[in-house]
Design a protein. Structure first.
Length: 189
């Protein structure tokens, strides 16, 4: 089993609120994966790749950590998923190989985050989409309080910087905020 460090999410080993944040991101992306070739960059334990594979034609999950890929292969194997050890800044795939690239909570871990954005653009088909998430530096720093900086993060973005970085590589950018909210739901009885 992969060791839980607090940074790589492993279902069953994290706080339910943190798990819900991650699951919500994949739920958002699944609707865009229908019938597509998907790259899940920084797939970690592989649970998100498995979610994407419910609707995608094919999913390739990559991570630089061999133990993450081993865990993903052991726990989320499916005929339309391949897990590979690879760097997100040097993707071993041809141009236009994917219709959708998903990269949740990984860009802040990269020294060469610009290289990842260039690579994502390169491997996307002309009408492809990138869905990428990262903590907002201003909110995230405040939320960590006395814990201080996250030792796993190399570069954190504020909203304006992230917007600018995306627009430098992609012609059309839409930004969304993810927040916890309370709500009331009505269901049939």
């Amino acid at each position: 089993m992969a060791e839980f460090t607090g940074e790589r999410l492993i279902p069953g080993q994290v706080d339910v609120d943190l798990l819900n944040e991650h699951v919500a991101r994949y739920a958002f992306a699944v609707r865009l994966a229908c019938g597509k070739r998907v790259l899940d960059a920084g797939c970690g334990a592989g649970y998100g790749s498995a979610e994407l594979a419910r609707m995608a034609t094919h999913v390739t999950g990559i991570d630089v950590a061999a133990e993450a890929i081993e865990y993903a292969r052991a726990n989320y194997a499916a005929e339309n998923i391949v897990f590979e050890e690879a760097s997100a800044t040097q993707l071993p795939y041809p141009d236009a190989a994917f219709d959708l690239v998903v990269a949740f909570e990984m860009i802040e871990h990269l020294e060469d985050w610009r290289g990842f954005l260039r690579e994502a653009r390169r491997v996307l088909a002309p009408s492809g989409q990138l869905i990428v998430s990262t903590p907002n530096r201003l909110y995230y720093t405040e939320s960590r309080g006395s814990q201080g900086a996250n030792p796993f993060h190399v570069h954190e973005f504020d909203f304006a910087e992230f917007n600018e970085a995306l627009r430098a590589e992609f012609p059309d950018v839409s930004l969304y905020l993810e927040n916890h909210v309370e709500g009331v739901a009505f269901t049939p009885f």
